[in-house]
Each structure stands twice: as structure tokens, then as C-alpha cells.
Design a protein around this ligand. Structure first.
Ligand SMILES: CCCCCCCCC/C=C/C(=O)SCCNC(=O)CCNC(=O)[C@H](O)C(C)(C)COP(=O)(O)OP(=O)(O)OC[C@H]1O[C@@H](n2cnc3c(N)ncnc32)[C@H](O)[C@@H]1OP(=O)(O)O
Length: 248
């Protein structure tokens, strides 16, 4: 029926390394150019994890040129996903912090597994970093200004039930039904003529995407100087240590 399933697979946690981001963007572009594909279901092959978000090791202990290159690719993937002509449905079958949540927010519809261990949200402030304005804009578009303001400051990671209530996800279903539900949602969206749906999507999202497009270079510079700061590198170091300790 012209639907592709994209499964993220970058073990152990589906972090978005530079390589993973680049492959993702290329795959998406191929699907976009394939006239037989009208929709994509985005999901994960890592058990219990949708995506751990941006790869912290791409933002820690590297040089400014690397940060700039990485950020350019993060922007590129976001612009392509958010403005895709295809119908994107996410089947969120695991934890989805920060960049993981970003991927889900780019979709037209979000189905999440009803497992309270899985959380979703833009938790950047907990890491001592700040969600960029375009992450914020997309959050506001999805859950409204007040909820976004609170969730961004607190770095809230919502349980599936909370995420549903606030509107971060559209539907929560038993874990074994995430894929079948995503498929049935897709069928409903496929019934709408592409040209009218695409123009409507464009009308809703263009201003947000254009806001980044008109200042892409400045955003790269901002990211690079922010992430290069000693204080920010220290915060990331502490966060990585905390992740390690949790294990031990
Ligand atoms: C002005 C403009 C300003 C711009 C300012 C800058 C803006 C930046 C925007 C940032 C966006 C982001 O997405 S920042 C990324 C945010 N992501 C997170 O906070 C997720 C952190 N991770 C977790 O919470 C957990 O790992 C979780 C995903 C739930 C899985 O838990 P598990 O118990 O299954 O697994 P763990 O034992 O924790 O992790 C397994 C290994 O993976 C590593 N790992 C986990 N998440 C990772 C990650 N995102 N990147 C790299 N590595 C990661 C751990 O360190 C472990 O490494 P080893 O110990 O070596 O095995």
C-alpha cells in the first residue's frame, strides 16, 4: 500500500551519531523520491528504546569543526523530517528522550507503547544544555506554549499516560499493539488525497521550518560556541558519569 517501515538500529540505545544521522537522511531522501511510497512508519529495533536522542559523544570532547559538522547534519535531518511530503507515523516502542522525542514530534501522528518505563520529552535542561529554538518551536506547535514552557524548563520526561494527556503523543496502546495501531492510523491518513494533505501540512509547518532555514549558519555558530564552553562540557561530563554510575 505504498508504506515503508523505517526501523532505527544503532545499538545499544539508538543514539543519533553522525553516521546514523547521515544514513537516516539518505534513506529518507530515497523514500521521498520513490513515487510509490506515500507513508513511513518510524520505529525502533532496539528493545525498550526508541532513541536516546543525539549522541552525547558527538558533542563531548571534540573540536569546533566537528561540532559544526554534526549540527549541520542534525538540522538537515530535522528539516527533511518535519517538512516531509510523506505521511509519517511514529510507533514509539521505547524510551524517547530529547532527540528521540524530536524524531517523534516530526511525525504526523504518534502512537506510544503503554509501558510506564518508557518516557518521552525534551529533557535537555536536565543535562545542563538548552533545547535549540527550533526544538522549542516544534514543542510549542505540538503541546502549546504553557505546557512547552513548563516541560522545557523542568526537562520533563513524561510517562506514556502523561504524554497522552499533555498531547506529546496522540495515542497510547498496549505494547504488542503499537505496530498494528500505527498501520491502522496510516490507512486512515492514506485515504486523504496527497495533494490536499501535503498543502495543508506545508501550511501548518512551513513558517517553523523557514525560521531555521533563514538562520542556519548562525544556529550552527551558536551551537558550536555553546557546546565548546568549558562549563557546558563539564555538565555533559557529569551527565555521562551519572549514566555510567546508574549502571554499576
Ligand atoms: C544556543 C544553542 C544551544 C544548543 C545546545 C545544545 C542542544 C543539544 C540538544 C540535545 C539533544 C539530545 O538529544 S541530548 C541527548 C539526551 N539523551 C538522554 O538524556 C538520554 C540518556 N540516556 C538514557 O537516559 C538511557 O541511556 C536510556 C536511553 C533510557 C537507556 O537506558 P539503559 O539503562 O537501557 O542504557 P544505559 O546503560 O543508560 O546506556 C547504555 C550505553 O549507552 C550510552 N548512552 C545512553 N544515551 C546516550 C546518548 N544519548 N549518547 C551517547 N551515549 C549514550 C550510555 O552512556 C551507556 O554507555 P556505556 O556505559 O559506555 O555502555
Amino acid at each position: 500500500m505504498g508504506v515503508a517501515v523505517m526501523k532505527l538500529r544503532n545499538p545499544p540505545v539508538n543514539s543519533l551519531s553522525l553516521e546514523c544521522l547521515t544514513e537516516f537522511t539518505i534513506s529518507l531522501e530515497k523514500l521521498e523520491n520513490d513515487k510509490s511510497i506515500r507513508g513511513v512508519i518510524l520505529t525502533s529495533e532496539c528493545p525498550g528504546i526508541f532513541s536516546a536522542g543525539l549522541d552525547l559523544l558527538e558533542m563531548y570532547g571534540r573540536n569546533p569543526a566537528h561540532y559544526a559538522e554534526y549540527w549541520k547534519n542534525v538540522q538537515e535531518l530535522w528539516l527533511r523530517l518535519y517538512t516531509s511530503n510523506m505521511i509519517l507515523v511514529s510507533a514509539i516502542n521505547g524510551a524517547s528522550p530529547a532527540g528521540g522525542c524530536l524524531l517523534a514530534l516530526c511525525c504526523d501522528y504518534r502512537v506510544m507503547a503503554d509501558n510506564p518505563k518508557y518516557t518521552i520529552g525534551l529533557n535537555e535542561s536536565l543535562l545542563g544544555i538548552v533545547a535549540p529554538f527550533w526544538f522549542k518551536d516544534m514543542y510549542v506547535n505540538t503541546i502549546g506554549h504553557r505546557e512547552a514552557e513548563r516541560a522545557l524548563q523542568l526537562g520533563t520526561l513524561f510517562s506514556p499516560a502523561e504524554a497522552l494527556k499533555v498531547g506529546v503523543v496522540d495515542e497510547v496502546v498496549p505494547e504488542d499493539q503499537v505496530h498494528s495501531k500505527a498501520r491502522s492510523v496510516m490507512t486512515k491518513w492514506l485515504a486523504i488525497p496527497d495533494h490536499s494533505r501535503q498543502l495543508t501540512k506545508n501550511m501548518m509547518r512551513k513558517a517553523t521550518a523557514d525560521n531555521l532555514i533563514k538562520q542556519r549558519e548562525a544556529d550552527i555558530q551558536n551551537f558550536t560556541s555553546f557546546i565548546s564552553k568549558d562549563s557546558i562540557q563539564k555538565s555533559l561530563h557529569m551527565y555521562l558519569e551519572k549514566l555510567k554510575q546508574k549502571k554499576g
